[in-house]
Design a protein around this ligand. Sequence first.
Ligand code: PRP
Ligand code: HPA
Ligand code: MG
Length: 175
Amino acid sequence: MAGEAPELSAQERAGKAFPVSWDQFHRDCRALTWRLNEVGPFHAVIAITRGGLVPAAIVARELGVRVIDTVCIASYEHNKQGELQVLKGISEAAMKLGGGTGKGLLIVDDLVDTGKTGKLVREMLPDAHFATVYAKPMGRPLVDTFITEVSQDTWIFFPWDTALSYHPPLRDGAA
Ligand SMILES: O=P(O)(O)OC[C@H]1O[C@H](OP(=O)(O)OP(=O)(O)O)[C@H](O)[C@@H]1O
Ligand code: HPA
Ligand SMILES: [Mg+2]
């Protein structure tokens, strides 16, 4: 259909790799907080698990927010997206802090890709501020604040999903 991104195979998606180190991730989260500090204050941070837990901890620490809640959503099996499953909704206490619509609440996730996860959480908290560290073009319109945009066919490798390992030289036989 016109205007829609073509379906990419797992290999194509994994082809353009964007590996992120712990150091880089921490820096990017701090940069995100600088921007969010202009928008707040926030009553609470809502982390979209699991990927949003790490940036939420860093952002909450920098902003001095001590109330942190989770919305638990699963959809990807490796790099293939399936049906979205809400495993746990937002707590009543956090809902109350956001006046039922999310006003004054900060939703944090590691990234938006297709935007499906972000859209679902935005529907739960329409007046909340939604921040991610990274954004791909399809999901970008859903995010209020982010730090780095990567292309739709890039796969971001987070430090908690990776480990240091041997990488063969580019030129055949150079090892
Ligand atoms: O914009 P979308 O295409 O919806 O994708 C973005 C979501 O996908 C990943 O979560 P995932 O469902 O893999 O779960 P995880 O956070 O537990 O790894 C990521 O952490 C975002 O939450
Ligand atoms: O690029 C990505 N990297 C890691 N997890 C993801 N979930 C959706 N897109 C991505
Ligand atoms: Mg996630």
